[in-house]
Ligand binder design. Structure first.
Ligand SMILES: *[C@@H]1O[C@H](CO)[C@@H](O)[C@H](O)[C@H]1NC(C)=O
Ligand SMILES: *[C@@H]1O[C@H](CO)[C@@H](O)[C@H](O)[C@H]1NC(C)=O
Length: 478
């Protein structure tokens, strides 16, 4: 090849070969000068560092460190081995060992600015890691994550402690899907990492993926049956599932009081487990509705809706619960919102209509109460009560509080208009709408004192003359 090359341009070719020769010579001198022999053979150092680089690339940090340690044992003056070792230890966040190694190298090569810079990065990473721990303890998860991501994992990308702390921070921030992917990376490199198995299991658990969570806990416990946190997580989950099943079974078998106890016991196990507790609260709410315990049911269903405001079933159940406590407006509001979210559901519509009717009934005047009689009062009782009250509130008899008396008197007359009439009373009792004849509700159209009172008939003898009251009280007789 050399001959062929030199055939065309001999002078250029000779220059080229000369350059190659010189470069080779310089490189050899360089190696000999910088890197003394390992086991007395030149070239071994280059091979060593090549091997170390390959190990680092393959993330086999322990192999790399073992190679470097052996090389230093063979030749304690091999300064670069200290530097390389320091750098690996920094990446692994073994900060104290790393610091020693950097310092050793800097003793041998004082003022090496690249090594000095790395040492200062080590200090930054070390401080950031301890800050992140403190922030975690004080509950500032966002800031702690920033320290981990922007400092620790930049200078110590292979730091297992930082990676696991990051997962704990993600869990504390309820970022379960990222906790799952981070533990995925850790387990890919170290499939038996117990803490990663625990934390990944916990992420699945909080997503209510209980089977996958159980599998992670079980794998960890096969590796270390006495691992405290894994045991607690595994048996805690088992117990939760057992209590939940017992509550649901009791509820479906109609053993409602037992179901209440079991639901409450299950809910007490992990108040943080909202993805599961939302179902427990809903189950409990339904049982309370069945038991007619409206107030408790409202509380339980409200817990559900605080976790998931769109859960139609919880809105319906709370609507039913509010009917039980006669909170008609509240019931209508919940059922309306359920009907809007689930427009096809006819049974929600029916319940809503019922609630609306009850609300309307509750808003109309209670004529019985106004006449101070019971709902079962006979017609003569009603008549008697009316006469008594009309006499009591006759405006002429109440000169000092004439306005109040007039209002009362109007109301009493309106009550009697309905309850004193058998047909109207029946319609009223049935909840029918009889307000549209212009009377009642707010008294808009009815005024026995004004010219429009003719339409109103008094049913007792000697009643008020149609166009208003005669001057004196004596104008009518009972
Ligand atoms: C009902 O609850 C009790 C505990 O209070 C439990 O022992 C029992 O198995 C449950 N019943 C059903 C049918 O699950
Ligand atoms: C629930 O979360 C709080 C705050 O994150 C924590 O202190 C507590 O230990 C958790 N409880 C359980 C049972 O995990």
């Amino acid at each position: 090849m050399g001959m062929k090359l030199c055939g065309s341009d001999f002078v250029a070719c000779r220059g080229f070969l000369y350059t190659v020769f010189i470069l080779n010579f310089v490189l050899c001198c360089h190696l000999l000068q910088l890197q003394p022999f390992v086991d007395g053979k030149p070239g071994d150092t280059a091979a060593l560092f090549e091997r170390v680089s390959q190990s680092i690339k393959a993330k086999k940090y322990n192999e790399a460190l073992a190679d470097l340690t052996a090389a230093i044992e063979a030749d304690p003056a091999l300064s670069e081995a200290y530097w390389r070792g320091a750098s690996i230890l920094r990446q692994l966040c073994r900060y104290e060992e790393s610091e020693k190694s950097y310092k050793k190298f800097l003793e041998m090569k004082p003022g090496n600015s690249a090594a000095e810079k790395e040492l200062s990065q080590l200090y930054q990473a070390q401080n950031a890691l301890s800050s992140a721990h403190n922030l975690f303890d004080s509950g500032d998860f966002t800031k702690a994550l920033e320290y981990i991501d922007k400092v620790v994992l930049v200078f110590s990308p292979a730091c297992p402690k930082a990676k696991l702390l990051k997962v704990r921070l993600l869990l504390a921030s309820k970022d379960y899907s990222n906790a799952i992917s981070e533990t995925g990376y850790i387990l890919k490199e170290d499939e038996d990492n117990l803490e990663a198995l625990l934390l990944r299991g916990r992420a699945y658990y909080y997503l209510a993926d209980h089977d996958v969570a159980t599998r992670h806990y079980q794998k960890g416990l096969r590796l270390d049956p006495e691992h405290g946190e894994l045991k607690k997580a595994y048996f805690g989950l088992k117990n939760l599932l057992k209590k939940t099943k017992s509550a649901e079974d009791n509820a479906s078998k109609g053993k409602l009081r037992l179901a209440v106890e079991e639901y409450r016991a299950a809910l007490a196990l992990d108040p943080n487990h909202t993805a599961h507790n939302v179902h427990l609260h809903l189950g409990l709410c339904k049982v309370f509705v069945k038991l007619g315990r409206g107030k408790d049911a409202v509380t339980s269903c409200t817990e559900v809706l605080e976790i998931d405001e769109d859960l139609v079933e919880a809105l319906v159940q709370r609507g039913e619960a509010k009917l039980l406590v006669e909170d008609w407006e509240g019931a209508v509001a919940d059922l309306k919102s359920a009907a809007e979210k689930s427009p096809q559901d006819m049974s929600i519509r029916e319940t809503l209509m019922k609630a609306e009717r009850l609300l309307k009934l509750s808003q109309r005047k209670d004529w019985y109460k106004i006449l101070e009689v019971s709902k079962t009062a006979s017609i003569s009782e009603i008549k008697k009560a009316y006469k008594k009250l009309a006499l009591q509130w006759h405006p002429d008899k109440n000169v000092d509080n004439r306005e109040e008396a007039e209002a009362k008197f109007r109301e009493i007359a309106a009550a009697y208009e309905i309850l004193g009439d058998e047909e109207k009373r029946t319609r009223y009792d049935n909840g029918e709408d009889i307000d549209d004849n212009g009377m009642g509700m707010g008294g808009g159209g009815f005024n026995p004192f004004g010219g429009g009172a003719q339409q109103f008939t008094f049913h007792f003898e000697g009643g008020f003359p149609g166009g208003g009251f005669p001057g004196g009280f004596g104008g009518f007789h009972f």
